[in-house]
Design a protein around this ligand. Structure first.
Ligand code: MTE
Ligand code: HPA
Ligand code: MOS
Length: 751
């Protein structure tokens, strides 16, 4: 079944921030930003800009009543740069005008003078200079130092992975409306409370005077977990100052320039194996390019450490992570949250080791898969581990052996076209690694006509959380899903929301919804007993909107029951809080059961490279994925497919380029290439493995939002394996994205 949202989207009926009917007199904001990567602000001159007809005002750091600070984890980021600028695109001022064209026109007349300082763009250079945002973090297991001696092979290498633009269809934006004693902000954010809290801090008013409402997002992908806040707070500031509604919608190019993206990483690895292909030791150093402010970088880097060994058990591990401050826009959350960067490194290490050993990488991958009870470097042990199960199921279902043989034969018979094949196992931890964020709540109202309205902390961003919440509520009440409406996400109805992120939207809010619905259901059952004059021992059930007494149908139905409850003055509303049990993480020891559970899977990917032109196609991606019991299979399949294609894009086409002055030059869709429908593999097979019980997922489901992204990493290896078939003796590189240019250069240059 399709979700309600998708029908509305196709009809163009869904309303995003910019589609909402704005109140009369709404003004528009345009953000004026730094044109240099690092420097002191010497002079700001607004006088010409203020003369433009239709300009109302211009706000900057000096106009902020509270703190000029938006840093969530570490307070190191100003809303408006006051004295120094740290990246091209950093907001300096907000121009308010009667319409957006005027605001833009006026912003061009602002004159800023800077004293330029030397910028740093490379994370290793930042590290050398001691520009770390936090001290290094280390995860370790076993004893790495004594392990190398026991290895028959020790292989070292360097791995680079690039940034990635979120390219949500709806750009960043917000509408702020002044209300009595405060402000209402309609924001395109994954984190309504982050917006509320930061607005309170900047405006110097308590949180209870700020209402944040989120109808839906035209995509977030992590890009609106933290970085939707600035624009919402700017709009609120102007709205409060001017006592007029203010809207800010970033034009696409400005959005691409000003906002942070996936963190680029530069990493060094050392891997040791015995003759049988068992990995005995793995050492890795991650240099994370954090950009100019912390944003979520430290949490993201932590997840990199959590996923340093992907789906493998390695007895001796040392993983060191450096959070390096540079003069680029603060990089931020993006699907996988640092996990993909780690997985690309371990897969590169395995690939390189396989070259040295003269074996297929899949031989090493399979040998080292996690087993039941194996320990991760952070001390947690696997439970209901599906690593081997997924691998073997994929191996049998997709017949790895004959695929490898077919590709080998193809390569023997073809000179110009070469095929490559790669296996990509994944293991992804489910929970916010920041334990306290693993909480949510739900508020459920049943109205006297039998219709139901559900509010939770979950933000709908296209991932289908609303469709899943509908299914959960209709399942608990056993009523038609048409009766259920999921409300916007609103801080006045649901307080202290964690962002909808970490793939936890359905888990956390789904459980809260289950508990809230059950609370009402229990009350209703009591009412039914009363109405049916049944004794205390009798069994009351609701099935398909009908009340059953001791397994037989009665003529009491859902609507009648609701009305009886109402007349009897029984509450038809419930509010319940849910917190994931049994998780903890000790940041001193770097050990703990950080995750409620893990999601596993294995993909087989095939690519064909045109070795004359350097172009390629990803022919197929075939996956066995651990879904738990899917609540909404169409949505889950969509999440898997979308994630895979987005992962492939990161690894192949999508190249973020900053010039030597730190200016983004891939700042439009003409210069930044993303997967389109023609790029999508012809064969995209997702096999649902639904055999594992999962007490931590509502209705035994498992989180789906992020894990499939990482199958895309296999695309890199499928392509380089095809390249290797063309030049078997040339050393390959691990530097993503593997663009057509890079392929061509490797195939046809002599070094
Ligand atoms: N799918 C769509 N269509 N749009 C999105 O913005 N975000 C992804 C994923 N799938 C996203 C998406 C990311 S980064 C996360 S963390 C999860 O959805 C968040 O939603 P969930 O927790 O409900 O899975
Ligand atoms: N994922 C996404 N967002 C987060 C996390 C996480 O693990 N931790 C803190 N914010
Ligand atoms: Mo997703 S990167 O946790 O918003």
């Amino acid at each position: 079944m399709r979700s309600h949202d998708s029908i509305q989207h196709v009809r163009g009926e869904s309303k995003f921030v910019d589609d909402l009917v704005a109140p009369e007199g709404t003004l528009f904001g345009y953000v004026f930003y730094s044109s240099i990567a690092h420097g002191k602000i010497l002079k700001l001159n607004f006088s010409e800009a203020l003369k433009v007809d239709g300009v109302i005002d211009i706000f900057s750091a000096k106009d902020i009543p509270g703190e000029n600070q938006i840093g969530g984890i570490i307070p190191d980021e100003e809303l408006f740069a006051s004295k120094e600028v740290h990246y091209v695109g950093q907001p300096i001022a907000l121009v308010i005008a009667k319409d957006r064209v005027t605001a833009h026109k006026a912003a061009k007349k602002i004159k800023a003078e800077y004293e330029k300082l030397k910028p740093v763009f490379d994370p290793r250079e930042a590290f050398e200079k001691g520009n770390l945002i936090v001290p290094p973090r280390i995860f370790s297991l076993g004893d790495i130092d004594s392990a190398w001696d026991r290895c028959d092979y020790v292989v070292e290498g360097k791995v680079e992975s690039g940034s990635q633009e979120h390219l949500y269809l709806e750009t960043q934006g917000a509408l702020a409306i002044p209300v009595e004693e405060g402000v209402k902000i309609i924001s395109s954010t994954q984190g309504p409370t982050a917006v509320q809290k930061t607005a309170a801090r900047v405006l110097d008013i308590p949180m209870n005077k700020i209402e944040v409402d989120v109808p839906r997002l035209g995509g977030g992908f992590g890009g609106k977990e933290d970085q939707a806040t600035a624009w919402a707070v700017m709009a609120a500031l102007a709205a409060v100052k001017l006592n007029r509604p203010v809207k800010i919608i970033l034009p696409r190019q400005e959005d691409m320039r000003m906002t942070g993206k996936r963190h680029p990483y530069s990493s060094d690895f050392k891997i040791g194996l015995n003759k049988e292909g068992k990995i005995l030791a793995y050492e890795v150093f991650y240099f994370q390019n954090a950009g100019a402010a912390a944003d979520l970088s430290t949490a993201i880097l932590e997840r990199t450490l959590f996923h340093s060994t992907n789906s493998y058990f390695i007895p001796n591990v040392k993983a060191t992570a450096y959070c390096c401050r540079t003069n680029l826009p603060p990089f931020t959350a993006f699907r996988g949250f640092g996990g993909p960067q780690a997985m690309f490194v371990i897969e590169s290490a395995i690939h390189k080791a396989a070259q040295v050993m003269g074996v297929n990488p899949s031989f090493i991958q399979k040998k080292n898969l996690l087993k039941e009870g194996d320990e991760f470097p952070y001390g947690q042990k696997t439970e209901n581990c599906r690593a081997i199960k997924c691998y073997e199921e994929a191996e049998n279902k997709f017949d790895f052996d004959s695929q490898f043989k077919r590709v080998k034969k193809f390569n023997e018979e073809n000179k110009i076209y070469k095929k490559g094949i790669a296996v990509m196992p994944i293991c992804f931890g489910i929970s916010f690694t920041t334990t306290f964020l693993n909480q949510a709540s739900a508020l459920v109202h049943v109205y006297t006509d039998g219709s139901v309205r559900v509010s939770t902390a979950a933000v709908e961003m296209g991932q289908g959380v609303n469709a899943k919440l509908v299914r959960i509520a209709s399942n608990i009440f056993s009523i038609d899903s048409e009766r259920i409406k999921i409300d916007t996400t609103n801080t006045s109805r649901i307080a202290n929301t964690s962002p909808t992120a970490a793939s936890k939207g359905t888990d956390l809010n789904g459980y809260a919804t289950i508990d809230a619905c059950n609370l009402i259901l229990e009350r209703l059952k009591k009412v039914a007993k009363d109405v049916l004059s049944a004794d205390d021992q009798s069994l009351i059930e609701l099935k398909d909107e009908v009340v059953y007494l001791n397994n037989s149908k009665t003529d009491l139905d859902w609507t009648k029951l609701i009305n009886h409850a109402y007349v009897k003055r029984i509450s038809l509303s419930a509010q319940v809080h849910h917190a994931t049990p049994n998780i903890y993480f000790d940041r001193e020891k770097m050990k703990g059961n950080a995750f409620a559970y893990h999601v596993y899977g294995t993909a087989l990917l095939e690519a064909t490279v045109d070795c004359l032109r350097g172009t390629y196609v990803i022919d197929s991606v075939k996956v066995v994925h651990d879904f738990g019991k899917s609540i909404h299979p169409v949505t889950d399949r969509g999440q898997a497919e979308g994630g895979i294609v987005q992962g492939l894009g990161w690894m192949t086409l999508e190249e973020i380029i900053y010039n030597e002055e730190g200016k983004l030059i891939s700042d439009a869709l003409s210069t930044y290439k993303v997967p389109d429908i023609h790029f999508v593999p012809k064969e995209l097979i997702i096999h649902f493995l639904e055999d594992v019980p999962n007490p931590y997922g509502p209705l035994q489901s498992k989180a789906i939002g992020e894990p499939p992204f990482m199958y895309g990493i296999g695309g890199y290896f499928a392509i380089i394996n095809a390249m290797k078939a063309y030049k078997p003796d040339k050393e390959i590189f691990y530097n993503a994205p593997i663009t057509n240019e890079k392929v061509l250069m490797w195939l046809h240059s002599n070094n």
